[in-house]
Design a protein. Structure first.
Length: 521
């Protein structure tokens, strides 16, 4: 065999060794946990045959605690580029079979390389996290590696989409990278995220809790809002990420992806003319409105289990991708609170950063009152939503279906926050507050006088509420001043939104020159 043939043989052997990660036994253990390996996950995510791997032969440089004897080609993370649906993406997948996926300086260098390439090429970054945390044997080098990754997360924010898939443990400093990315997906039952684990919690606070209840997918999808999506299987999670990518552009300089639309834009849905209940305090389901107006009734919801009183997600109108923000009357009457405000604000800012038009469906009676909200800074969190809408320069179309009261009216894409087209249904009520509350304030003296004169106070207040409702429980007062551009028939909503979005395709709007705004934190 020639020297050249030997070299080629050695290359092939090294590649086979690298692809085994921590070895066959470690791979068997990974499979026994119900988890795929890093390379198997990448193969499922990317188009077949499109993966280009980098730094397959890179090794760690640590000699502390016998680490020089634990050398594996690639050192615990698989990185490279490929395509999803024909579009370029960059990906890294931590390999739990190699030293528990613990992060070394070498691993951080590999991750940073693909993040830098993604920024240069203008392509999304997808990270698959499955790691025991920092490699303790490397000490400060491992921490420096995390810092390098975090800095790139920050620089890439708003430039290219960043998606984190938590397919195993993610603890300590490791959690900050997913927290800095745009979307996070967790696996139900096999993944968790927390800064300090159950043992430390027990020592410091005395709480006795397991990993699942401390930082499992159910906790972060419904209580904290840390994760945007959850999946029962790794295959399901990967399909969700593929769907997400289909709605968003590759970078902040591109327009949103378009899809051929066979759903007529002038399709009428008569059910919308009857969906608003006669009783203003009765709930209805906003999901029915969304499915009635979007292309083929499709809607890809974000954070479906968190702050259910507001709905966010992606849909299409005449093939164009849009972000939908909608109050949900069937959950806490659709009121805004701390969690709903920050959920909506983050989504609006993402859409604005990546040129995705925003369609707002409004039915909001106000902000949730009470000490629980005030002590948890509902003022600041509500201001986040207000700031996000006011800052956004993408096309903004707002449809008021029913209630739109007080401060909550302002923060939900009103004309004064530079919404482009504001429609209202005939059932819209746009006012400082509801009739009962307004009359209680405005008619206090008169009601007292009626009572002193022996009159029927209840009948007097009912009459005044009726007068107030006739004046404000309709959209025409706002339309009179141009705050509503048109009052539309509900069944015609799809067509009017489609036409508004078509009109706004050439919109150009700039913010005042500045380094950045100081959003209320």
């Amino acid at each position: 065999m020639s020297e050249q043939a030997n070299k080629i043989k050695k290359l092939i052997e090294n590649r086979e060794m690298a692809r085994l990660g921590g070895g066959e036994k470690a791979i068997e253990k990974q499979h026994a946990r119900g988890k795929y390996t890093a390379r198997e996950r990448i193969a499922m995510l990317l188009d077949e045959g499109s993966f280009e791997e980098y730094d397959m032969f890179k090794l760690h440089r640590c000699t502390n605690f016998g680490m020089e004897k634990k050398q594996y080609l690639g050192d615990g993370v698989v990185v490279g580029s490929g395509t999803v649906g024909g579009r370029l993406v960059y990906v890294f997948a931590q390999d739990f079979t190699v030293n528990g996926g613990s992060l070394s300086k070498t691993m951080s260098e590999k991750i940073c390389k693909v993040m830098d390439m993604a920024m240069t090429m203008g392509a999304p970054v997808i990270g698959i996290n499955d790691s025991g945390g920092a490699r303790i044997q490397e000490g400060i080098d491992a921490l420096a590696g995390y810092g390098e990754i975090f800095e790139r997360n920050i620089l890439a924010s708003g430039v290219v989409p960043q998606i984190s898939m938590i397919y195993g443990p993610c603890a300590g400093g490791a959690v900050y990278s997913p927290a800095l990315t745009d979307f996070t997906l967790m696996m139900e039952g096999t993944s968790y995220m927390f800064l300090t684990g159950p043992a430390v919690v027990k020592t410091v606070t005395g709480e006795d809790i397991d990993s699942e209840h401390l930082g499992g997918a159910s906790v972060h999808s419904s209580k904290s809002g840390v994760t945007h999506f959850t999946a029962q299987t790794e295959e399901e999670g990967i399909e969700m990420v593929k769907t997400l990518l289909s709605y968003i552009p590759s970078n902040n300089m591109e327009e949103t992806p378009r899809k051929a639309c066979t759903d007529p834009i002038d399709r009428l849905d008569d059910s919308l003319n009857k969906i608003i209940p006669e009783d203003p305090n009765q709930a209805y389901d906003m999901y029915k409105v969304i499915s009635a107006i979007t292309d083929e009734g499709e809607f890809f919801e974000v954070q479906p289990k968190f702050a259910k009183n507001i709905i966010i997600g992606f849909a299409r109108f005449n093939g164009q991708s849009v972000g939908i923000v909608a109050n949900q009357p069937s959950a806490y009457a659709g009121v805004l609170d701390v969690n709903a405000s920050r959920k909506g604000a983050r989504f609006v800012r993402f859409c604005d950063a990546f040129n995705i038009p925003i369609v707002s469906l409004v039915d909001v009676p106000g902000f949730l009152p009470g000490t629980g909200q005030e002590y948890n800074a509902v003022i600041l969190h509500g201001a986040k939503l207000l700031y996000a809408y006011g800052e956004a320069t993408v096309p903004k179309v707002t449809v008021t279906l029913r209630k739109s009261y007080g401060g909550s009216h302002i923060v939900m894409g009103c004309k004064q926050l530079r919404a482009d087209i504001n429609f209202a249904w005939p059932s819209a009520e746009i006012a400082v507050m509801g009739a009962a509350g307004a009359v209680a304030v405005l008619q206090t003296k008169e009601a007292k006088k009626v009572k002193e004169e022996g009159g029927d106070v209840k009948a007097f207040l009912a009459e005044k509420e009726k007068e107030y409702s006739e004046l404000f429980a309709n959209p025409y007062q706002a339309a009179k001043y141009g705050y509503i551009d048109d009052v539309i028939e509900p069944r015609n909503t799809r067509f009017r939104i489609c036409r508004a979005l078509a009109q706004l395709q050439t919109k150009q709007q700039r913010l005042p020159a500045k380094k950045h705004g100081c959003i209320p934190m």
